[in-house]
Design a protein around this ligand. Sequence first.
Ligand SMILES: Nc1ncnc2c1ncn2[C@@H]1O[C@H](COP(=O)(O)OP(=O)(O)OP(=O)(O)O)[C@@H](O)[C@H]1O
Ligand SMILES: [Mg+2]
Length: 280
Amino acid sequence: MATTETINTKPIMKISSEEVSGKGNIPFYKPIHREIEVFQHAFKNRLPILLKGPTGTGKTRFVDYMAHQLEQSLITVSCHEETSSTDLIGRYIIKGAETIWVDGPLTKAVKEGAILYLDEIAEARPDVIVSIHSLTDHRKELYIDKLGITVKAHPDFMLVASFNPGYQKGFKELKPSTRQRFVALSFQYPTAKDETEIVETETGLDRDTSKKLVNIAHKIRNLTELGLTETVSTRLLVDAAMLINSGLPKRLSVKVAIVEPLTDDLEITQALTDLCDLMI
Ligand SMILES: Nc1ncnc2c1ncn2[C@@H]1O[C@H](COP(=O)(O)OP(=O)(O)OP(=O)(O)O)[C@@H](O)[C@H]1O
Ligand SMILES: [Mg+2]
């Protein structure tokens, strides 16, 4: 028979492969809309959050920032097509002559009261989605089938997931029944003013050059006829700014950090390089 286990203590986290943060210096995050307020209220009500948006728009940085702000531990799992519920919940491992159970990141977060961030949730295998269902509704509990127990979530447990709707191109969509279990926040490219501030603050590059990089990004983002799968993200601008700051020539920095990562098409690469050379 299934038993219900409630663990209310918050032990020091012992972490293996997945990434844990949320303590230490608060990272820089420039709010774009009212996402901080939304997250705070979702946390207060322990509602799961889904962050939607293209690559490099600050989703991961935002979760990191919120974990620090709320003084919560953060466990990040980068999902890929092989990620299964076993990876999340836990498994038996053989240690010497013994077989011992090891909690996975989801179980740890549920027991210890951490924010679990499932990055690119749509990539994971369907059983991952099934395993989080009972945590995303009023039950707030996790069923561990291999142990035959149900664990009630710690009051500080919160689930955050991200997904990139554009790049999924419809074939790995999240089902409505899953989406509707989350409060959702959309991430988009910031305004030129905000993005300049991000580039400047992140890298220490001067305002004038930061502005030029942002202008390049806005120009390329408007060139929808290029048919790029993903366009220039804030991440690419930050990378270019870092290279410039460390002494690499500006045009070369833009070429390797902005143009080349966008496309392998030689004609488009040349056209974008010419365009950027005129702008910086
Ligand atoms: N609002 C912001 N405030 C501060 N930095 C930002 C912001 N948006 C983007 N950045 C910068 O862009 C970089 C990339 O952001 P981040 O890794 O959070 O993107 P992401 O949306 O998680 O991308 P992906 O979908 O590829 O995981 C950050 O490391 C940071 O330098
Ligand atoms: Mg991310």
